[in-house]
Design a protein around this ligand. Structure first.
Ligand code: DP6
Length: 333
């Protein structure tokens, strides 16, 4: 059922892949991250969300891909709507309908695009006009990585030390460097521990302080690599940062192992394709077994062909850099 009201708006936001990862919070309630991070929006993977504020409604409702959401998803969305209600000074409940254009249950993160689209649609439906910075900070409260799905292109999230100073902004435009994320979906199994629970475990690893201490250097280096379009330097940092985050995960208590055997096969193969075949490709993994193969556009076809040769089990999604979140009266849900 589509929401119906005058106070209605629709927004689209894209998923993003982090090159410098967000893992761990210094303040869980405000989702103030342990470190700054940097990502690329994904043009082909997006969420479109319609929000209607309905004064007469007794409770928030949420539909995802045409079906009522489960109670965990509704509770999380409703908690975020509470934050938005407080910010906008309203009491109305919301009817929310959301669709993802990417396959659910592939372990491809949807919380970033979901909370960015929800935030923007909810604010727009009230006629609110917040700055991009404020929208990013607000989206962060729903899901940390959603802060990075508000601005366009290649995006840096400044960790900050308060709500107002923890927000993301564009580092360079999406057309600055023609990078493609070739996602090797190696398993459709659901995450045993989602990122929100994982962030709470980060500090139990003795390696987390070392990972966090090195972020400023890696962030500076990767920004230089992107500015110069220096793929070798970029690849070194992206893989090191992903390995460091997974080292923290594996040494947390209890330990978190997100990789499948096939994830490791793909990671090793990617390094060979770069070292031996000369392809501009590197890997990065989030809180799941799927491997994001980041490559220069000219090498995407070569990477896809090699992934298909490696295993019949691998399904492939691909995307170039994407725009920021936008309100649209015309996008069909
Ligand atoms: C591994 O943003 O999904 O993908 O704030 O609890 O929703 P919540 O966490 P989330 O964490 C993302 C973790 C990551 C790394 C990254 O995207 O930077």
């Amino acid at each position: 059922m589509m929401p119906s009201s005058d106070n209605i708006a629709r927004a689209r936001a894209h998923s993003n892949i982090a090159f410098i990862k967000y893992w761990g919070n210094r303040n869980h309630n405000l989702r103030l991250p342990a470190n700054s991070s940097l990502s690329m929006n994904l043009n082909e993977l997006h969420t479109t969300t319609t929000v209607a504020w309905v004064a007469a409604a007794e409770a928030d409702t949420l539909e995802i891909n045409g079906r009522p959401a489960d109670s965990a998803a509704l509770d999380r969305a409703s908690a975020h709507l509470d934050v938005i209600r407080r910010r906008l000074g309203i009491q109305s409940k919301a009817q929310v309908a959301s669709t993802n254009n990417f396959p659910m249950g592939t372990g491809i993160a949807s919380s970033a695009s979901a909370f960015a689209a929800l935030t923007l649609a909810a604010v727009a439906a009230q006629g609110g006009e917040l700055s991009e910075r404020e929208l990013s900070a607000l989206a962060r409260m729903g899901s940390g990585s959603a802060a990075r799905s508000i601005p366009a292109g290649f995006v840096e999230w400044h960790a900050g030390d308060a709500h107002e100073t923890s927000y993301a902004e564009t580092f360079v435009r999406r057309d600055y460097w023609d990078l493609v994320d070739v996602i090797a979906v190696v398993s459709r199994r659901h995450k045993h521990i989602g990122s929100s629970a994982g962030h709470r475990e980060a500090d139990s690893s003795v390696l987390q302080p070392a990972r966090v201490a090195g972020v400023a250097q890696r962030l500076g280096d990767i920004k230089a690599a992107i500015r110069r379009r220096d793929f070798e330097l970029f690849a070194d940092i992206v893989e090191a940062d992903s390995n460091l985050m997974h080292a923290v995960m594996m040494t947390s208590r209890p330990p978190l192992f997100y990789w499948d055997p096939l994830s490791l096969s793909v990671m090793q193969a990617v390094r060979n394709w770069r070292a031996v075949d000369g392809l501009s490709v590197c890997y990065t993994l989030d809180a799941g077994p799927n491997v994001h193969c980041i490559c220069e556009a000219a090498d995407a076809a070569g990477v896809i062909a090699r992934l298909k040769d490696l295993s019949e089990q691998i399904e492939i999604l691909q995307s170039g850099a994407g725009p920021g979140a936008c309100v649209s009266p015309t996008i069909p849900v």
